[in-house]
Design a protein around this ligand. Sequence first.
Ligand code: ADP
Ligand code: ASP
Ligand code: MG
Length: 452
Amino acid sequence: MQVWKFGGTSVGKPERMHSIRQLITSTETRKIVVLSALSGTTNALISIGEAAKANDEAEVNRQIDALKSHYDEFIQDLYQTDTGLAKGTEIVEKEFSFIRSLVQIKPFTSKQEKELVAEGELLSTQMFEAYLVEQGENSILLPALEFMRIDTEGEPELQTIEELLTSILEQHPDKQLIITQGFICRNPRGEVDNLKRGGSDYTASLIGGAIRAEEIQIWTDIDGMHNNDPRIVKRTFPIRELTFEEAAELAYFGAKILHPSTITPAKMRGVPVRLKNTMQPEAPGTLIANNSSDREIKAIAAKDNITAIYIHSTRMLNAYGFLRRVFEIFEKYKTPVDMITTSEVSVSVTIDNNTNLDAITAELREFADLEEHDTDQTIICIVGNFSADKEGVAHKVLDAMKHIPIRMISYGASEHNLSILIHAKQKAEALNVLNERLFYYEDAMKGIFTAP
Ligand code: ADP
Ligand code: ASP
Ligand code: MG
């Protein structure tokens, strides 16, 4: 069995949904098909929730009406029969009347907000399943809310997901296509919750891990993982093979094509992940498994909204126990540290969640001096297999970055990652100069200017 996930743009137009039907029926393999919301819908629902929180009823109604018209038009082109269209209309009417009743609730809390954003995936999957039924496909819609579970920390419970999903699947042995929602889940209070923005990738990987699928395919709008962010960098190219570790680093450090946690369940259960392009299905995409291409430097990614905290030991040199005390505070406030650099008397760390920044710095000040922290920083992460790199990746990186101030460097924890911290305003320049130096320099020296 395989798990195929289609993102927002892949389901964002009626003709795209038609192509997805072609794709998922083009091979015999039994599939679980995970769908995101139509592109733009999750943002629209979040915005409706904000207007509801602000008690701006006119704005709420205006936005709901605009979103509903989009769906009314969409279903006109999605279905090809009157029966199909009648079913589609019933789905859209039912979900939008639920949305209208939800926004009446006062106060409008995060519980209602989560129910509201879940509507995106609930709409797309029901509409798509009705289309498959109209076309006579052997499919069924399994509600993700019946098996996707997270714990009190918001972390998925893979074991529970496995047990619930296995028993549900046993009830439908004859179904060839099993459709379900990405992103949404239930929390320990039984409420509707989600796996955070971009979470449908994570759903696919959790399902793939839970059922020990043969393969997980993430279908999106680009030909696999590129060597750099194609939205910012001029010359990028797809990478054909990555190891789980390389892909996990790139996703965690900002490659938007994958939700940051996607690789974990797949890697844990050894299920390969293939990234594919819905608009160009014949393109090979990227395979993430145990092998990697032999290129030494694979890719660059950037993670935004980083804060750097600079900590100096007040009392003694050679103080052991100092780092333990520092990290206990981050642990207490459940704030992960991404980068660390140390000197004899100082430690610098970065975090990407400022919720508890004031409490953390107040506690650090009890035994350390703190310099003013820097917000609005970006981590640039270079991933590859550096042991094979003769010239030295650090040399190339520093050479490329000679005109850009570097706040921190972290290298040596593994042979696969070099991270640098810079101010966010220099991100685009840094990604472009690194791209030219790390991927095109040798070719330029040899007079070859084509992409590798
Ligand atoms: P989906 O809606 O299918 O989940 P996303 O928009 O979340 O799609 O992710 C795909 C987008 O990720 C691409 O269109 C591309 O602009 C962006 N992206 C950022 N970094 C990379 C990268 N290194 N490789 C490929 N795509 C990337
Ligand atoms: N629809 C959700 C979002 O926009 C989940 C996803 O697309 O993966 O974040
Ligand atoms: Mg996405």
